[in-house]
Design a binder for this molecule. Structure first.
Ligand code: F6R
Length: 367
């Protein structure tokens, strides 16, 4: 059942070229660039006129929500608010006519998310679900949506469901942008072309970086704390990298937007602190490089995820993992892969039960 892999988590990490492809299949086509998402098109008018989109989720799914905020605001020019379902359900949230809610959930059974959605629905909001488990409670409560086709996820820590969420959220953003007319035909085609290339690039990372990440995991496994830093589209991935490490290795880790480092976390930096940077080539690249230098200057250990061939970043970092170049909005899908493998191998090195970390449940059906 583990298909020859030692753990479900590793199997599910390696399934990602296929699961991302499955989330695109039947939806995306090229020459001409076309995107079919009937669940979204059904609410085309509401979405193109929406003043605000609120995204509700928990945990890893909340990280996908945060990433979607950046993407939707950029492509659709609609204001997005992201909230933890557990906070939203007990607040007195403002829901205005025409607000659209997007719910993200792998299991479709997370109690906090479900209750938050019921509350929003009672107040008249339209609910779109980005759910993995077909027919689950959240899927049934949603007015429409788009399933992530990641297949059953057995490992307690979410891996393939997360990258499928990013994929589907990107499709949704592109569809809304197309309906709204906030994207040019050229940009639309470019984005779909880039997205179609992602499964192959994920495969490339798995094939070329896997052995190297095992060695890096051995080197860093005894650290007591980790920092994960990224900016812009990669900031939510830094949070996800830190969460994954906490769950799988029980090592304390925090994710931050890289520029926030100076506002506190930099006090933690000494020779014992590994700092993982998502330092791929994008708008922030130069700034991230100077953040890496600042960590080196304070004797911190820099482990960087870099774009293939980026010699400058490789020189600054003590250790690096290379990923293929991609559009800056989509590169975070690629950066996620090495971070999953890193926490997996650190957990394995420490002899922990990576498929069932202590105290965690696959679906959190109590609050
Ligand atoms: C992290 C993880 C949890 C879930 C969270 C939400 O690896 O698995 O943080 O992401 O409990 O679960 P879903 O997506 O099922 O609503």
């Amino acid at each position: 059942e583990k298909g020859g892999y030692e753990h479900f988590m590793l199997k599910e990490i390696f399934e990602q070229p296929q699961t991302i492809y499955d989330s695109l299949r039947g939806r995306l086509s090229l020459n001409p660039a076309q995107l079919t998402l009937s669940g979204i098109t059904q609410f085309g008018n509401e979405l193109s006129q929406a003043k605000r989109i609120v995204i509700l989720a928990c945990g890893t799914s909340w990280h996908a929500a945060l990433w979607a905020e950046y993407i939707i605001e950029e492509l659709c020019r609609i204001q997005v608010e992201v909230d933890y379902a557990s906070e939203y359900r007990y607040r007195n949230p403002i829901i205005e006519k025409g607000d659209v809610i997007i719910a993200i959930s792998q299991s479709g059974e997370t109690a906090d998310t479900l209750v938050a959605l019921e509350k929003a629905k009672q107040q008249g909001a339209i609910i779109l679900g980005v759910v993995n488990a077909v027919g689950s409670s959240i899927a049934r409560l949603s007015d429409a949506g788009a399933y992530t086709h990641a297949g059953p996820e057995i490992g307690v820590a979410s891996t393939k469901a997360f990258t499928a969420q990013l994929t589907v959220l990107h499709l949704i953003a592109l569809k809304i942008a197309e309906l709204k007319g906030s994207i040019t035909a050229e940009k639309f085609t470019q984005q779909l072309t880039e997205l179609a290339a992602i499964p192959e690039k994920v495969q490339q990372i798995l094939s070329t970086q896997h052995e190297k990440i095992k060695l890096i995991a051995k080197k860093y496994k005894d650290a007591k704390d980790f920092l994960f830093l990224g900016r812009g589209y990669s900031f939510p991935i830094a949070l996800e990298g830190a969460l994954k490490l906490k769950e799988i290795s029980y090592i304390h880790a925090e994710g931050y937007p890289a520029a926030e480092m100076k506002h506190g976390p930099i006090a933690l930096v000494d020779e014992h602190l590994p700092v993982v940077f998502i330092a791929t080539k994008d708008f922030y690249h130069e700034k991230i490089m100077s953040n890496m230098q600042e960590i080196r200057a304070r004797k911190g250990q820099v482990l960087a995820i870099v774009t293939e061939g980026d010699e400058l970043s490789k020189e600054i970092a003590q250790d690096y993992i290379e990923i293929p170049a991609a559009d800056e909005m989509l590169s975070p899908i690629l950066s996620t892969i090495p971070l999953q493998l890193l926490s997996y191998y650190i957990g394995v090195e420490l002899g922990l039960d990576v498929d069932k970390p202590r105290n965690l449940a696959k679906s959190v059906t109590v609050e």
